[in-house]
Design a protein around this ligand. Structure first.
Ligand code: 13P
Length: 249
């Protein structure tokens, strides 16, 4: 059975002290739940986050990673640096990385390979822009993003892949895909995975929705059969809002 996951992508927010405070509040207020809780603070605070969540049922993830094993790549972070501090989940392909740091599907295919080689789990983000949806090209865009970054993988690799559909027009805009739009796309994605990899992979892969998920719309979005959780930006920065979303399942 696939997992329910709610992941907070903290982006470039929260310094070290704020990271500790937010984690403390999440730990204090969280209820027993079968939904996996993931938090992704910035690189510099990952070790702090790992130390402060030990044994507390919270997974710490990185927001990005370099594809090379190591070398002269000033400012970059490798897979083994992450696993050496017990960070075994990484978000790859976020639309902000694609837009501002020119990450392409081909590059992301490399990053995914490196992460899997290190036994890491990948939360792979993808999504169409508004202009694609306006000309009814969104299904094609999603199909090509998945094909170019992930469809070279072996069937067995998929146990370490989580998909996160994040329509770019819904990120940080307050505009959410309607529950029907989310379900329509998630079903399309699962059907596509089924065609390429078969039922077992398609049934077991968790597909998260991201883009302006808030406490007041989470329940409706998560009630769709093909939505297995959320990747949360702004609302993940307040413990109460984040936990309300976690509890929305
Ligand atoms: P918002 O929830 O702020 O729209 O951000 C979504 C996101 O980009 C999560 O990765």
């Amino acid at each position: 059975m696939r997992k329910h996951i709610v992941a907070g992508n903290w982006k470039m927010h929260k310094n070290n002290q704020e990271t500790i405070a937010l984690l403390e509040e999440i730990i204090e207020k969280k209820e027993a739940n079968t939904t996996e809780i993931v938090v992704a603070p910035t690189f510099v605070n990952l070790l702090t986050a790992v130390e402060n969540t030990k044994g507390k049922g919270i997974t710490v993830a990185a927001q990005n990673m370099h594809q090379a094993e190591g070398g002269a790549f000033t400012g970059e972070i490798s897979a083994s640096m992450l696993t050496s501090i017990d960070v075994k989940t990484v978000i790859l392909g976020h639309s902000e990385r694609r837009a501002y740091f020119h990450e392409t599907d081909a590059l992301l295919a490399n990053k995914v390979d490196t992460a899997l080689k290190h036994n890491m789990r990948v939360i792979f983000c993808f999504g169409e822009e508004l202009k694609d949806r306006q000309i009814d090209n969104h299904f094609k865009v999603i199909e090509y993003q998945l094909r170019d970054a992930l469809f070279h993988l072996e069937k067995s690799d998929w146990s370490n892949i989580v998909l996160a559909y994040e329509p770019v027009w819904a990120i940080g805009t307050g505009e959410t895909a309607s529950p029907a739009q989310a379900q329509e796309m998630h079903k399309f994605i699962r059907t596509l995975i089924d065609k390429v990899y078969g039922h077992e992979v398609a049934d077991n892969v968790s597909i998260l929705y991201g883009g302006s998920v808030k406490p007041d719309n989470a329940k409706e979005i998560f009630s769709n059969p093909d939505v297995d959780g959320g990747l949360i930006g702004g609302a993940a920065l307040k413990a109460e809002d984040f936990l309300a979303i976690v509890n929305a399942f």
